[in-house]
Design a protein around this ligand. Structure first.
Ligand code: PGA
Ligand code: ZN
Length: 413
């Protein structure tokens, strides 16, 4: 619960801005009666889960702005700061639909975060501390999850697997950032050696577009992680490989269709288990279709032995408290990805954290493939006690979050 803060909303705006892919999204701005200003933009996904709220109403951003002006703005002006649950309830209630298709989940996300920022500003606290209250003191800094090679819908022409990741853990956040960058660079060198005349590009989340197949790309990532790890850059720095398969994207008629092979459900479970064992994967996200809670549970039981591998649900849960409750009941995963705009408000995101925590699962705060340079995401793992922050390795919009985390760390020391 956010502590009461002095001040009220004097003005609130919703403007159309552009994300890192150049697509329109929304940015909210709140001016308080004491003259403080808060601004927050909402990111957008490309491989969206089937159970996410709608990012925008039919007709897009301009319709969202029109509805905001006609139905919501006057209800928000004059509201007291410091009541996040009440504010988020107003957003939900005004929208009136179950999938936020009236206002759009990006609209409510931008407003929900902007209100939290305005409250924090009025309290003269960093966002994370305002959200956490006294419960997370001293803050625990998350492991970083960064995207080294891209495929799937984030990199056309690349492998079917969407993300080849590095899980970086270090006693200092900036060392973990350095480690991820070193792995990204090492992969670049290896690609250049292998394809000296090819034009090598980067995908939507800043990872290399791999010109190789799924297994070869994974081999490249694993080799690069090992090489950089062996260099012993910093004491206590650990760099381990992981994957976000985003398997729903290549699940067709009950089968997992890769460019090299087609697998049924049992085949897919065995395949992912085999990859995890062979390559010592530390992190596996969305290894199965988004409706297969039982399949996830079977894989988690096999991989979760000794708590070695993070098995993470993204499209499986879409940050929906009810879906997370179901997954926790079945032990579908041992970790839950959090994307605020999958559910539309901070309050509902917090509800997911509570459910995951009660079941002993970890949470991972995540960016989207279409991002803004906003830095608020870096505060959420500290506010929620999340074990991880997934926000890419390179690209100004990704680095903005990493640098904010570095900033928060330096202020805590
Ligand atoms: P999205 O994908 O932001 O394009 O939905 C990111 C992910 O699957 O983790
Ligand atoms: Zn994902």
């Amino acid at each position: 619960m956010t502590a009461p803060a002095p001040g009220r909303i004097a003005q609130v705006r919703l403007r159309r801005i552009f994300d890192s892919r150049g697509n329109p999204t929304v940015e909210a701005e709140i001016l308080t009666d004491r003259g403080e200003r808060a601004v927050a933009g909402s990111p957008s996904g490309a491989s969206r889960g089937a159970h996410e709220v709608r990012p925008f109403p039919e007709g897009g951003v301009e319709v969202a702005q029109e509805r905001f002006r006609e139905r919501l703005r006057d209800r928000l002006v004059g509201q007291a700061l410091g009541d996040q649950a009440g504010f988020d309830a107003t957003l939900r209630e005004t929208d009136g639909s179950s999938d936020l298709s009236t206002l759009g989940g990006n609209t409510t996300t931008a407003l929900s975060i902007c209100y939290a920022l305005a409250t924090a500003r009025a309290q003269e606290l960093p966002l994370w501390r305002s959200l956490a209250g006294a419960s997370r003191d001293p803050p625990v800094f998350p492991a970083l999850v960064g995207n080294v090679l891209n495929g799937g819908v984030h990199a056309l022409g690349g492998p079917d697997i969407q993300e080849f990741l590095v899980l970086a853990e270090a006693p200092e956040i900036s060392w973990a950032v350095e480690g991820m960058v070193a792995v990204h660079r090492e992969v670049g060198l290896r690609l250049r050696e292998r394809f000296p005349h090819a034009a090598l590009g980067r995908g939507d989340e800043g990872g290399w577009v791999s010109p190789l197949g799924n297994l070869e790309t994974l081999g490249l990532l694993v080799g690069a992680c090992q090489t950089v790890q062996d260099r012993g850059l910093r004491a206590g720095l650990s760099l381990r490989p992981g994957l976000d398969l985003a398997a729903s994207e290549f699940f067709r008629d009950g089968r997992y269709v890769y460019r090299e092979q087609t697998l049924d459900r049992a085949g897919q479970i065995g395949f992912v288990e085999g990859l995890t064992d062979r390559f010592h994967l530390a992190y596996v996200e969305d290894p199965l279709d988004q409706e297969d809670f039982e399949g996830f549970a079977e894989l988690t039981a096999r991989l979760g032995r000794g708590g070695r591998t993070w098995v993470v649900g993204d499209d499986l849960y879409t940050t929906d408290p009810d879906r997370v409750a179901r997954g926790m009941g079945l032990a579908s995963t041992n970790a839950v990805l959090l994307k605020v705009n999958q559910v539309g408000t901070l309050t509902e995101t917090r509800r997911v954290v509570t459910r995951a925590e009660a079941a002993g699962a970890w949470t991972v705060c995540s960016h989207r493939s279409g991002e803004t340079p906003d830095a608020w995401l870096a505060h959420l793992p500290l506010a929620f006690g999340s074990r991880g922050l997934k926000t890419g390795v390179l690209g100004g919009e990704r680095m903005a979050k990493l640098n904010e985390l570095v900033r928060l760390r330096s202020r805590e020391s």
